[in-house]
Write a protein that binds this ligand. Sequence first.
Ligand code: ADQ
Length: 512
Amino acid sequence: MRLVIVSNRVTIPDRHEKAAAGGLAVALREALETRGGLWFGWSGNVVESDANAVRTVQRGKVTYAVTDLTEAERQTYYLGFSNRALWPNMHYRLGLTEFSRTDYAGYLAVNRRFAKALIALLEPDDVVWIHDYHLIPLAAELRRRGVRNRIGYFHHIPWPPAEVFGALPFSATLISTMAAYDLVGVQTVVDVRNLVSGLVALCGAKVDGDHVKVGRRETIVQAFPIGIDVEAFRKLAAASERAATRPIKTTKETLGERKLVIGVDRLDYSKGIVQRLEAFGQFLRNHPEQRGRVGLLQIAPPSRSDVPEYAELDRQSDEVAGRLNAALGEFDWTPIRVVKKAYSRNALAGFYRRAQVGLVTPMRDGMNLVAKEYVAAQDPADPGVLVLSRFAGAAQQMGEALIVNPYDTHEVAEAIRTALAMPKSERIRRFERLYATISATDIGWWTHRYLQALSGIELAGAESAPANPQRRRPVARKKAPMSAVPKSDGSNPAKPRPKPRAAKTTPVSRPA
Ligand code: ADQ
């Protein structure tokens, strides 16, 4: 069984590139290397016209197959519908949602083009794992062309309630394409509830446990909270104590005895960066004795700068940081430093370890890996405190953090104060529980659990067309598992597979 991963962007590693520690891309690469497989998606390149060509590159047991986008496709599929309509809608931001029919048509057209290109590469018993909101209708496009392979989807961002998702034009059509997947994974039980009730409200789905039937197709919806490579991150952070790299050495020198509060996010309005800066200002106003004794380092590399809402956020964060620094700073102390750069994982691990407070306050987030990275990087003998938004998926697993409402500036300001004053014994107690949770649900656990669930599904409702019509290979019959064709050694590995067990969800400590 070969694994095929499809994601919006594919980065082909250099031949001798050492994998960076942790990270989703690395985990998926490892899953592919273990099983052998293919990774398909956009190269990141934009061409004037005719982007149909697919380039393949072999790296060990993994084939990377990439295609370019035309400028029109980048505008409509990527910047337009994916990032100006779906992204804000799915982060509950109706006011920021910009829908256009041209963008939606472009989104569907790229999904169709990806489906056609992928079919030419598929083998009958491939297991296909599609990632994220750019590619929601991809399985439906594959099914329409007769693909019967096992296809799973993982949704990395929140799924909003039906009332919110339903405000998006064509929402019923789009959500109904979810039924083309055999397994739909989302981050939390709240997202499961929202997606399933959306399927019921918008397209009359019938629900039986985690099985959801739309018309003749049935899918399974479950929560798979994503994790990080905790052990790798812990090691990087511990090694940073000895490292003499410039950012870490300089942070040490410039901080002196001062305490550090850290925020690390892509510059994105969902991350609540502006609100966080305001909360830090509020904290300094509420507690003037803290002035000169603590600083906020906000690391926020720009992303999606071609989208107007992101350019506006960039301007706004500069404006707020400048205003607060001018109002509260001293000649020898700048309260807020905003650094708009991406750092290596080594440097990030070092920054996290030096920070007494990790301030992770998104207005809404699928999971938020920074919360987990911050905990993994702490010194177990003297750990810092995580302040975490209740609207991050991570809050459902990480109840021992100081959980806050990011819309309440005063509450966040007071949580910063509580974190800075927290006795060591309590910091250790909270840290140990958080660390145990993120270790037990790390990235290896997540990948394994998802793929196990996907390969355990008894296929149903597939049409009786060949897996790859172009190639005319033999395929399994309806309801038979894909590997039902006996192997050349005479064995038949495909006894009917059990229906997947509702995978256990991780402890839910509070609703998001
Ligand atoms: P993102 O929105 O990108 O991911 P997040 O989960 O926090 O959000 O992951 C960001 C990653 O980028 C982290 O690994 C972080 O270390 C890294 N990063 C951030 N700033 C950086 C910097 N300045 N330099 C280097 N690295 C930086 C989406 C969803 C999330 C979901 C993830 C995974 O929006 O909700 O948790 O996918 O499913």
